[in-house]
Design a protein around this ligand. Structure first.
Ligand code: AMP
Ligand code: GLY
Length: 396
């Protein structure tokens, strides 16, 4: 199949690695990709958020499937433009992508579809925000309403910090104050064709910067899959109580969700609660979910893009486990230092079970250099977590 993958992160590299692992002779182009992706497939320098440019490229090159990696092209409506021109695309249109792009929209959909989530109050002024902060009490959860690259959420017991965060994001629009939910977090990805869903294997990511779950929130520093501690029936419960009601609600509103429904969940003592939806594969969870996928990824993505999921069985996963650790630049997440040389890539890749998913890398004089905060994900599989984790850290 001729496939165009939009994006330039480790998630997109992991998607491409999974497509290549099918050995099905796919012709893959990434736009814009990065140095690691360019070592594996063709890359084209175009703006993935520009609907016109992406559509023209897809038409001119007889692309049969477009896979949209990041959220920015989705909320810009790139999927709508492609579908309008008859191109199969894995990724929701602008309206359904509001599930990720607007937390207020997501809360409304959940409320109206009866999906379990925490209580939340939208605030447009500092006065309202402070009133909500005090009424929910500590720990405080303050969120920017729109996209904020993983930096919009603050969970803290420090009331002054909560108020300062509210004030900062109020300058950019409205904010949400939420009830604090206590429990283990789970990322469950579901393929959706607008009506039917199929689950992938669950993963857990580590959002805080430093070891022992300390430091500021980031886009994600590591992840593992599967989650052996999950209760029996967990996936079915999420399908019935979260994914299907959400997908049906969006279909009822004539904005079908076609793509990856990322359910960010917390297992509280009172049951499963949604903390957020994303409208795309998670990063870094994708790096640990896809290496375990046995069913060919291209068939799943194409079926989702073309309304064919109901005819397929659930995707199969290997019994291997996968662990990923993100190599980030000094200074991340505030002001990452860039331009550092990355050495030892071949040595790392020689370790059994290890792959690298590049994110912010470029080639300079034949060597990889860092160009941003999260530089690459070291991914390791193994028969158990001890083995996979030690391979990942050895490779790092
Ligand atoms: P989000 O960007 O909404 O995924 O939030 C980032 C992280 O903040 C989540 O992965 C959780 O660890 C934490 N978080 C968000 N909302 C809540 C909440 N209501 N209660 C507890 N923790 C939360
Ligand atoms: N791992 C969090 C995210 O992809 O949003």
């Amino acid at each position: 199949m001729r496939i165009l993958v939009l994006g330039s992160g480790a998630r997109e590299h992991a998607i491409i690695t999974a497509l290549l692992a099918e050995n099905a002779g796919h012709e893959i182009t990434a736009a814009p990709g990065n140095a690691g992706i360019a070592a594996d497939v063709a890359v084209i320098q175009l703006d993935p958020t520009n609907s016109q440019v992406v559509s023209s490229f897809a038409l001119d090159n007889d692309i049969e499937l477009v896979v949209i990696g990041p959220e920015a092209p989705l909320v810009e409506g790139v999927a709508d433009a492609l579908r309008h021109r008859g191109i199969a695309v894995f990724g929701p249109g602008k309206a359904a992508a509001q599930l990720e792009g607007s937390k207020t929209f997501a809360k409304r959909i959940m409320d109206e579809a009866g999906v379990p989530t925490g209580r939340a109050t939208r605030a447009g002024t500092l006065e309202d925000a402070i009133e909500a902060i005090d009424s929910y009490g500590a720990p405080y959860v303050v969120k920017a309403d729109g996209l904020a690259a993983g930096k919009g959420v603050l969970v803290t017991v420090d009331r002054d910090a909560a108020v300062a965060h509210a004030e900062f994001y109020l300058h950019q629009g409205s904010i949400l104050i939420e009830e604090f939910l206590d429990g283990q977090e789970v990322s469950l990805f579901l393929l959706s064709d607008g009506h039917s869903v199929l689950p992938l294997s669950p993963a857990q990511d580590y959002k805080r910067l430093s070891d022992n779950d300390e430091g500021p929130n980031t886009g994600g520093m590591g992840a593992y899959s599967p989650l052996p501690w999950l209760p029996d029936g967990f996936i079915d419960e999420v399908i019935e109580s979260v994914a299907l009601p959400t997908v049906r609600k969006l279909a009822d509103e004539q904005t079908p969700f076609i793509g990856l429904l990322y359910c960010g969940l917390i297992l509280t003592d009172a049951g499963v609660r949604v903390i957020e939806f994303n409208a795309r594969f998670g990063d870094p969870e994708t790096q640990v979910v896809l290496p375990r996928l046995v069913t060919p990824l291209s068939g799943l993505l194409f079926a989702a893009a073309t309304g064919g999921l109901a005819a397929l069985p659930r995707p199969e996963f290997s019994d291997d486990v996968a662990v990923t650790v993100v190599l980030a630049s000094e200074g991340y997440p505030e002001t990452p230092i860039t331009g550092r040389r990355i050495s030892g890539v071949d040595t790392a890749l020689a370790i059994h079970g290890v792959t690298l998913a590049h994110a912010a890398t470029a080639l300079s004089d034949g060597e990889f250099v860092s160009t941003g905060g999260r530089v690459l994900s070291v991914v390791a599989t193994g028969a158990n977590f001890t083995e996979a984790r030690s391979r990942a850290y050895l490779a790092l």
